[in-house]
Write a protein that binds this ligand. Sequence first.
Ligand code: 5GP
Length: 497
Amino acid sequence: MRVGDNSILGREAVVDNREHSYSQAFKQIAKAVNSLLPLNNVLNSAAKSTAKALKAAGCSIMLLNPQREHLDIIAAYGLSDIYLRKGALKASKSLPEVLDGKMIAIFDVTQDKRAQYPEAAEMERISSVLAAPIPQKGEVIGEIRIYTREPRQFSQADKNFLATIADIVAIALEKTELYQVLKTEHEETVTQRRRLAETPKLPSSSLRPSSFGHSSEGEFAKLLDFYRIEWLYEPRSFPLAWQDNKVTEMFTPDFYLPELDLYIELTTLKQSLITEKNRKLRRLREVYPEINIKLLNKSDYLRLLAKYGYGHLGGTKVEGIDHILFSHTQIQRRVKALAKRISRDYVGRKLILIGILRGVICFMSDLMQHTTLPLTVDFMSISYYGTDNESAVKITKDLDTSIAGLDVLMVEDIVDTGMTLNYVLNHLASHNPASLRVCTLLDKRVRRLIDVPLDYIGFEIPDEFVVGYGLDYHGEYRNLPFIGALNPELIEDEGKK
Ligand code: 5GP
């Protein structure tokens, strides 16, 4: 009786142990698949966790080539270089039934006809092999194999586990493919947009001249382009005086800015010119009172741009900015609208705004100032670290206050893949807040890998690296009053260093 009892307990312990190693492996593999790691790192990590969970000496993951003739090893663990390079694995010769969708277990691979390289297996001291097909969209695209030193009869639990890992590997492969497709589509759109932007606009000769009457006009046009303010050059001539029904005087302002419905005449500081132009402008206003026109010299127009939120930047670093996405005025308008919604939604609640340093500083500062409710704020700091097989977010500064029972609004500068936010939300949720929602200024949705819920979104942006208004590139650009896209070539060049 006692013997029987012991053996039942012993069996339970074995099952417990096995379930523990399986769940550990699932946890590690799921984390790797959900990470930003390159595919080969993800798969190598999956091979390692699989081998360890099944107490096997090695594991390999292979994909069929497009002609479905060969199997290419794309990830492995615990196998020597000599074994991995033993020769091409022919789809028809190396455990061919696996590619028909069957799970194959071989007790002694050195003696089995289905093995293509039995001698290599003997040299590697491999006895048994378990192989599972990797299915994708109804067909087998490759296989995952584990290898043991001791001859082994694989259990049903071993087989089920390996089949599930094969499914997860298929998901990892599909995720990468999907990401590549999205990335390529996006790159095509960006290239197309850039090409369009480079194409001279038609009719161009008068509205976008190749040369200007005066260098200050060219300089002004460049500034307008930089701030993405639409402009037309000398678009209209206004008759100012007539004699016998014939026009005797005309005036053609230099620019028209449709967005501001404003005509602009530029002038230098030469007094005689200013007097003459002022006379014409007075006349124009008399004849065309509905027309909005201004005479500007350089410091005037810099002041004018500043008034519309296209601030005067002084010595602030702007080189490297390819184009501006949102001006200071646009950002302010949007932040106010978000704050208004938040003020409405959180009436009577215990609101705490939480930000991650440092990108969120400008947004947090403006958002809290426009939120008309009692609230508190707290900040966290995180860092990213990576080893060969893992990449993770680490909290380097946690909250100073308890959030239990509070209505937490996580304030983010930008959500890109969603990895950071996902991690932080899980962390915050474990501290029992009354509610947990997210407000992000920028949403780079095309790059999303984890579907995180966003409750308040400032702007959706394309896949461009943006800086300014708190966001940095190597610590710089945070103090720009607008949000601009960094020249992609600059990022690539930096990457090569
Ligand atoms: P995720 O975990 O969503 O991929 O990344 C979020 C973090 O990556 C952001 O908080 C931000 O620090 C950084 N990030 C992502 N995209 C950009 C970008 O376009 N510009 C800048 N400056 N940082 C970015």
